[in-house]
Design a protein around this ligand. Sequence first.
Ligand SMILES: Nc1ncnc2c1ncn2[C@@H]1O[C@H](COP(=O)(O)OP(=O)(O)O)[C@@H](O)[C@H]1O
Ligand SMILES: [Mg+2]
Length: 268
Amino acid sequence: MNPEPCADAGGDAGAAGAVPALDVVGVTVAYDASPVVWDASLSLAPSRLMAIVGPNGAGKSTLIKACLGILPRIAGRVRVFGEDPRDDPSRVAYVPQRTSVDWDFPATVLDVVLMGTYGRLGWFRRPGAKQRAEVLAALEQVEMEDFADRQIGELSGGQQQRVFLARALVQDADLYLMDEPFSGVDAVTERAIVGLFKSLRDRGKAILAVHHDLATVAEYFDEVTMLSRAVVASGPVGRVFTRDVIEATYGGAIGAVRASGDDGRNEP
Ligand SMILES: Nc1ncnc2c1ncn2[C@@H]1O[C@H](COP(=O)(O)OP(=O)(O)O)[C@@H](O)[C@H]1O
Ligand SMILES: [Mg+2]
């Protein structure tokens, strides 16, 4: 531990004194008149993997986008390594919910992953041989190297998900925001993605991912934020992920959620 004179307010992320990778305080977001996320707070330290868990319409995607600083907030504050997230977007990699992406745009797998290098290059330089090599290495990590020249729209859901992960990898960010990274992927891909998350975490990265399978929260993640418009609880899985908290988040409907293996498309 650093004998650092630190703020005594101390979050519960386990890294007293360190600047959190992500610090969300009292964030309220509305698209129209009425807020869809109320007064949400969470703190994520570097080298930690956090799940956001909650029913459909709980505001999970909204909260993730608010962390990027791209949604207007009615109230609250978001800091990424102590800064406004818009100040240095290259530190944050975002993988959107797959169903929210238009897959008809004409781009190859290579193009899509190359886009991940733009943040570091700046807009005026074109990616060169070095960037292409990084892209191919990232595609290898997600076992998609044989698909580099394929159109993105021709791939299966799980393959598209792998491509977006490769794009996040080449971005070499410090904070990863992933919206339902396991949706539409098979069991083997899910294991591969979890392995990738853990290796990113072990290299000091912070990862926040929307997750739907209550049965694997404790195995995959260090921390969890339970969201139902408001944050029901947030912190280490061992402390937060209790039956009472799960029931409070899902309004007592957990039997149904567990049984359906909720993929985020079924309305509760
Ligand atoms: N672009 C938008 N405009 C208006 N309402 C939206 C928009 N996106 C989401 N919402 C509403 O905000 C609420 C939370 O949505 P969302 O964050 O997508 O939930 P989740 O990801 O937990 O399923 C829902 O009621 C949804 O209908
Ligand atoms: Mg969502």
